[in-house]
Write a protein that binds this ligand. Structure first.
Ligand code: SER
Length: 339
């Protein structure tokens, strides 16, 4: 008998870190992870099987298929936006071909156990491409179907993989009267920039906000790579984890979209700097604009319209800008670096 479980790819990354801790609170959940990097020791103890390997290696997925009855896939592995611009061909292999491998894996799992495999896919605000700053300023909260013209390899990959997921969810024949039985039940969320108190991202372009906060807490100087007036949406990591779980367990019949916007607050870079400086009085934060990274963030919307997520599956972030800093980021980061 194969063991029922959930699979998390990219498990050693920022979202994976939070998701493992949260899923492990229910000891009956069997967690299987796949990542090219090993998990931190504490995280490793929370999972039942840690596989070190790449999503581009189908033999690793076949081993999981042989041993586990996976009914939820959290496919988090990806090259983020800045990194992808340096190695676009590799980014495409990992982000697109890797996702294709996971969709095939999910399809085979669903066929073998006859139930749907719920496939959670973190897409991104990078799926948008605002043509210029004037349009960005006047467009306000963009809807899912607006400005789907990404400028980065990562954004193109995310937008296309949303469509691949939609294809898999529709394409395969039904095995029973239950509409999603034996099929991939694909659900995507377009995350804004995420900020965690326990991990720092790598290779993203929204990284200036978390990097600024963590540098100040460590007493290190930080040169922000975007202009002070740069504005995009963000979310605190605990809300991002809740988003994945809430969407995973929403009734299929209530979902009207393949990919949902979610947002929580959208400070300018200088508003982030101000709150960091207030909480860490010695903080040494300056600006040294990187034209390429600035161009990427300028192409992302200043805010997103997430009313569909709120209406369809009850999205309701707990952390606004003030609360994210006062009740989550500042106290937890202080504690972390005090250790
Ligand atoms: N945070 C990601 C990045 O900056 C966007 O999804 O690449």
């Amino acid at each position: 008998m194969r063991r029922p479980g959930v699979l998390i790819t990219g498990a050693s990354g920022e979202i994976g870190h939070g998701l493992i801790s949260r899923l492990a609170q229910d000891s009956s959940t069997t967690i299987v992870t796949l990542d090219v990097r090993g998990l931190e020791a504490a995280q490793g103890r929370m999972v039942h099987r840690e596989i070190i390997g790449s999503i581009t290696d189908t033999s690793a997925l076949e081993r999981i298929l042989a041993e586990f009855d996976i009914d939820h896939v959290y496919h988090l592995a990806a090259y983020l936006s800045t990194r992808s611009e340096f190695t676009p061909v590799t980014a495409h292999q990992v982000n697109v071909e890797g996702t294709m491998n996971l969709l095939e894996f999910a399809q085979k799992q669903a066929e073998s156990h006859g139930r749907p495999v719920i496939f959670l896919y973190p897409s991104s605000i990078a799926a948008y491409g605002m043509p210029d700053l004037e349009t960005k300023a006047k467009s306000g909260r963009v809807r899912e179907d607006e400005f789907n013209t990404p400028t980065t390899m990562y954004g193109c990959n995310k937008l296309y993989c949303e469509q691949l997921g939609r294809y898999y969810a529709r394409h395969y024949k039904q095995l029973s009267a239950e509409p999603m039985a034996g099929r991939v039940d694909f659900r995507a969320v377009r995350f804004p920039g995420l900020i965690s108190a326990v991990t720092v991202p790598s290779g993203g372009t929204s990284d200036y906000a978390p990097e600024m906060i963590h540098a100040a807490a460590k007493g290190e100087p930080y040169a922000c790579f975007v202009r002070p007036d740069t504005r995009i949406p963000f979310m605190a990591m605990p809300d991002a984890i809740e988003v994945l779980l809430k969407l995973a367990f929403a009734p299929r019949t209530s979902l009207t979209k393949t990919a949902y916007n979610v947002g929580a607050f959208n400070p300018s870079a200088d508003e982030v700097r101000a709150v960091v400086a207030k909480n860490f009085p010695g903080a040494d934060i300056s600006y040294k604009v990187d034209a390429k990274r600035q161009g990427i963030v300028d192409s992302w919307p200043a805010d997103v319209n997430d009313s569909a997520a709120r209406a369809d599956w009850g999205f309701a972030p707990q952390y606004d800008f003030d609360r994210a800093f006062s009740e989550y980021l500042i106290p937890m980061i202080r504690e972390r670096y005090a250790k």
